[in-house]
Design a protein around this ligand. Sequence first.
Ligand code: ZN
Length: 148
Amino acid sequence: MLTTTHAIAGAAIASVIPNPAISLPLAFGGHFVLDKIPHLPGDDTKKKLVKRVYLVVLIDVFVALAGTLFLARTTSNNLIVWGALAGSIMDIDAIFYHGKFVDIFKTPLPKPLSRLHGGVQNETDSIWGIVIQLAIIALSVYLVLNYA
Ligand SMILES: [Zn+2]
């Protein structure tokens, strides 16, 4: 699933549950639940990354970051930045775990976690793979704007 979807969903969880001891682990765990929903390949945890895919990943990470910062600024709630980070860190890990040109960096996350992340992917080429993600983003933005 796109990093943008995970980041905005994590921000929404942090908005609805203002206690970070609860919301941040939920945002982190929610990543694996969201990746179980059929989605267009977004973080490419299974296939070998090629330059074109890297471009999509870089744009996705940029949009996730920009969207998160926009929502944090709009709501003046910095906890949603941490929620977004907790919600999307497994995709950032995937870039390092599966990356070729970023081999000089090593992910600090335990490898079994990275393998679990690769194992829960439910990728589809169906249009629903993007429709579902857009719906999750829309619902998450709604929750952030009404609860943060
Ligand atoms: Zn993922």
